[in-house]
Design a protein around this ligand. Structure first.
Ligand SMILES: C[S@@+](CC[C@H](N)C(=O)[O-])C[C@H]1O[C@@H](n2cnc3c(N)ncnc32)[C@H](O)[C@@H]1O
Length: 396
C-alpha cells in the first residue's frame, strides 16, 4: 500500500509552506520516489538475503545461528546487497533534505516575513526565550540528517528550519503522516474520544511539538481547551505559530524544555508527546516522565506516542529498524526501544500504565484499519497500521 492509494498525493497547502518551483518539485518528487524504491524495491530483498546466505554463513562461522539483532547486523554489514541497500537509503535521505533546502533558501526572506506577519495577527502567544539553553542531544548532530538540525537559526525571525522540517517530513513519511503531517496527533485524539468519551481536558500540553503537526489536532478535537506546544528549537516554534495562525487555530507555542517546563504543579489535564522521546537521551527520559507527573492535575493523563519497543518484534524486524540508528543520525533510536518505559512511568508515580495502539487516522478515514492487513515496512513508525502509545494516569 502507498499513501497514494489512500488519496494522499500532495501535502496540504498553508500560508507558510514553502512553494517549490516546477524544477524544485521535480527534484523533491525524485527524492521521495528514490526513498519509495528503497522501501518497496530494495528492502524486501533483505529477508531472503539473510535467510539464504548471511544467516547460514554466520551459523557456519560461529557454530550457532544469529541470536539477536546485533548478530544479524554483524553478518549483514558484510553483504553487498545490504551495503547497496544501506548506502542508497542514506543517499535518498540526504537528497530529500537537500531538495527542500534549495527551495527554502531561494524564498528565505519572503518566508520569514510571511511568518512574522501571520504571527503578529495571532492572539495565542509565541514565547521565545532569550539565551535559551538547547540540550546537547538536540544540537550535537543533525538528527535524521536534517541539515543544521532543529534549532539552527540565522537571525531573530528565521523560520527556515521549521519550513525544512514541514516539507521534509511529508517527503520522508511518503504521505503516511497525512496531508497535514498530523496523523499521530489525529490518531491519539481519536483514541481518546473512543476510550474516554467523557474526557474534557481544559489544558493540553504537547511536548517537543516542532512545527505543531501533532499539536493542532488537539485544538480541533477539543476546541474549548487551551492548547500549548513547547519545544527547545526557536525556528520550529516561530514556524509553528505562523502555521497555526495561517490555518486559523489559536495555539500557544513556548520555548521550554520538557525536562523542566516551568509550568506550575497540577496544571494540565493532558500532557502528550509524539516521536519526542527517541530524540532525547537515557538521562532526559526519566526527567521528562517526572516533569509530566508534576505538571499534570491529579487524575490527568500522560500519553507518549513513539516507536514500539523492541520486545514487541522479532530480531530481524529489530535489525531493520535499528538501521535508523546507524545510518540516519538517530543515536537514541535503538537504545530508547530497549528502555523499560512502563517502569520509568511507574517510578515517576503514574498508575494504569500501559502500551496501546492508536489506529492510524488516515487508515481509519479510508476504512482500512482493523480490516485490511498491512505489510510492515521498515522505517515506518506504525507497523500494523497503528501508532504505539504509552499511557499513564496521575492518581487522584
Ligand atoms: C521528531 S520531532 C517531534 C515531532 C512533533 N512532535 C510532531 O509530532 O510533529 C522532535 C522535537 O523534539 C524537540 N525536543 C527535543 N528535546 C526536547 C526537550 N527536552 N524539550 C522540548 N523539546 C525537545 C526537538 O527540538 C524537535 O523539535
Amino acid at each position: 500500500m502507498t499513501a497514494g492509494t489512500l488519496g494522499i498525493v500532495r501535502q496540504a497547502e498553508h500560508p507558510v509552506l514553502p512553494k517549490p518551483t516546477h524544477d524544485e518539485r521535480a527534484r523533491q518528487e525524485f527524492a521521495r520516489s528514490l526513498k519509495g524504491f528503497v522501501q518497496q524495491g530494495l528492502l524486501p530483498g533483505l529477508g531472503p538475503v539473510f535467510q539464504g546466505r548471511v544467516g547460514p554463513a554466520f551459523a557456519r562461522a560461529h557454530g550457532r545461528p544469529p541470536a539477536d539483532r546485533h548478530d544479524i547486523r554483524r553478518g549483514m554489514v558484510e553483504d553487498p546487497y545490504f551495503q547497496h541497500y544501506a548506502a542508497t537509503n542514506r543517499i535518498a535521505q540526504e537528497l530529500l533534505w537537500e531538495s527542500v533546502l534549495d527551495s527554502i533558501e531561494r524564498q528565505w526572506s519572503a518566508l520569514n516575513a510571511r511568518a512574522a506577519q501571520l504571527s503578529a495577527r495571532a492572539t495565542a502567544p509565541l514565547e521565545i526565550a532569550a539565551g535559551f539553553d538547547v540540550p546537547r542531544y538536540v544540537t550535537a548532530i543533525d538528527i535524521h540528517c536534517m541539515p543544521g538540525g532543529y534549532a539552527a537559526e540565522a537571525g531573530p525571525d528565521d523560520v527556515a528550519a521549521g519550513a525544512l522540517y514541514d516539507r521534509g517530513v511529508f517527503l520522508y513519511a511518503m504521505g503516511f503522516m497525512g496531508p497535514f503531517n498530523d496523523d499521530m496527533g489525529r490518531s491519539v485524539v481519536n483514541w481518546l474520544k473512543r476510550h474516554l468519551p467523557d474526557f474534557r481536558p481544559q489544558r493540553i500540553l504537547d511536548l517537543g511539538c516542532t512545527v505543531g503537526h501533532s499539536t493542532l489536532p488537539y485544538k480541533e478535537g477539543f476546541p474549548e481547551a487551551e492548547v500549548t506546544g513547547i519545544d527547545v528549537a526557536a525556528p520550529q516554534l516561530r514556524y509553528a505559530h505562523a502555521r497555526a495562525a495561517g490555518l486559523g487555530l489559536e495555539v500557544a507555542f513556548r520555548q521550554r524544555n520538557a525536562e523542566a517546563t516551568g509550568f506550575p504543579d497540577d496544571h494540565f489535564d493532558l500532557v502528550v508527546s509524539h516521536i519526542l522521546l527517541h530524540e532525547t537521551s537515557g538521562k532526559a527520559m526519566p526527567r521528562i516522565f517526572h516533569e509530566c507527573f508534576r505538571i499534570l492535575k491529579p487524575g490527568g493523563l500522560m500519553i507518549h506516542a513513539d516507536l514500539p519497543p523492541f520486545d514487541l518484534m522479532d530480531p530481524f524486524a529489530q535489525f531493520i529498524l535499528d538501521n535508523e540508528t546507524w545510518y540516519n543520525n538517530e543515536p537514541f533510536w535503538g537504545a530508547m526501544r530497549d528502555v523499560d518505559q512502563p517502569a520509568l512511568a511507574r517510578a515517576a508515580g503514574f498508575v494504569d500504565v500501559r502500551f496501546d495502539t492508536a489506529p492510524m487516522a488516515i487508515l481509519e478515514a479510508a476504512g482500512a484499519a482493523g480490516g485490511a492487513e498491512r505489510e510492515f515496512v521498515a522505517g515506518e513508525f506504525a507497523p500494523g497500521g497503528g501508532w504505539e502509545i504509552l499511557v499513564g494516569r496521575k492518581p487522584e
